[in-house]
Unconditional design. Structure first.
Length: 323
């Protein structure tokens, strides 16, 4: 029997409540692979975590091997194959990202050190808790046993949002949209880029779009979609975030035939500082993430990308003592 240990932090929270059930009912792993879930949250959330555990048991998932609930990171990260860092203080209505930054940075620094000591050296870490890209940097700097290539931050939600908005505009199915990418930070400075996009293997539909729709509607709508959801729900995206984490994990395990966007730290040919987690266009085969480095960028694209880099550099500056 093959077994994978998946640790989820913030497991009593909103995103986890969708994510856990997606993973256990999904088909990321071969059917003969059993999953052990290590669910971590803070002490006061343990009663909720017990309720979540009972519900997991009630689903009688055939792939489930065991569920461990704990408030002890040393137990949660022990021998993990995958670490999904979801736990953090979420952004609420009216709250700025900057407020979140310092609140969450110290959580990630502490967890990085324990992951470093307890998880498998080959563990794959996906950072979701915001500010996700900068938290990923904190993890990378404080978990030296884990190779940088095994750490990524979630941008798939942004990519999915962009695909869905473009699909509605062009009347095309999302699965026929390819090479849509999102550059930069998971924030309002991100740059959803459709300049290389194809729909049904052609760029005709993209070329016929009004450039003003792209710059004045599409890009800001994707950039601010998180705030739009908070405006309506009073809470940040949860089910769609869980779905995107599932997609991201699936891509890491099984690869992808499309271009993907993830926050990674890498040398690059786009003149982006290589000591930040930045979302690039990527091609992902099983276990191998390659940056697509031959895209021609026009002045407007460079402007967007540089703005997002600037934001990430300023976030890095705020938490530099934790690196
Ligand atoms: P919730 O507040 O529902 O859940 C967060 C959970 O984390 C809580 O149960 C809390 O007790 C727990 N937690 C806090 N400190 C912890 C610690 N030190 N160790 C373990 N658990 C801890 O938030 P939720 O809606 O689930 O969102 C989780 C995070 O995802 C937030 O930071 C949110 O901003 C971020 N998001 C990131 C996205 C992305 O694309 N990167 C999109 C969705 C989401 O906004």
């Amino acid at each position: 029997m093959k077994k994978k240990i998946i640790t989820i932090t913030g497991a009593a929270g909103n995103i986890a409540y969708s994510l856990i059930f997606r993973i256990l009912s999904g088909d990321i792993f071969e059917r003969n692979t059993k999953i052990q879930l290590n669910l971590l949250d803070i002490t006061t959330a343990l009663p909720i975590l017990l309720g979540v555990k009972l519900e997991i048991e009630d689903c009688a998932f055939t792939q489930l091997d065991d569920v461990i609930i704990t408030d002890d990171p040393e137990i949660a990260f022990a021998d993990s194959d995958f670490v999904l860092l979801v736990g953090a203080k979420p952004r609420t209505k009216g709250m700025q990202r900057a407020d979140l930054l310092l609140d969450n940075a110290s959580i990630f620094q502490k967890q990085a050190k324990i992951i470093n000591d307890k998880a498998k050296n080959s563990t794959k870490i996906i950072v979701v808790g915001n500010p996700a890209n900068t938290n990923a940097l904190i993890i990378q700097k404080n978990a030296k046993n884990i190779e940088s290539k095994n750490i990524s931050s979630l941008m798939r939600l942004d990519q999915n949002r962009a695909k869905s908005i473009l699909s509605a505009k062009t009347n095309c199915k999302v699965e026929n949209i390819q090479q849509l990418i999102v550059w930069g930070n998971h924030s309002a400075t991100q740059y959803p880029d459709i300049s290389n996009c194809t729909i049904n293997n052609s760029n005709d539909d993209i070329l016929s779009l009004d450039p003003r729709w792209i710059s004045d509607d599409f890009i800001p709508r994707v950039q601010n979609r998180g705030a739009e959801i908070i405006e309506h729900r009073g809470k940040s995206s949860a089910a769609s975030a869980a779905s995107a984490i599932y997609d991201h994990l699936n891509t890491i395990v099984n690869g992808s035939s499309d271009w993907e966007s993830m926050g990674i730290m890498t040398e690059n040919k786009y003149d982006i500082d290589d000591e930040i987690f930045f979302s690039y266009p990527l091609s992902i085969n099983k276990d191998k993430i390659n940056i697509i480095d031959n895209i021609e960028l026009n002045t407007s694209s460079i402007e967007y990308i540089k703005k997002s880099e600037k934001e990430l550099l300023s976030e890095r500056d705020i938490i530099k003592d934790l690196l």
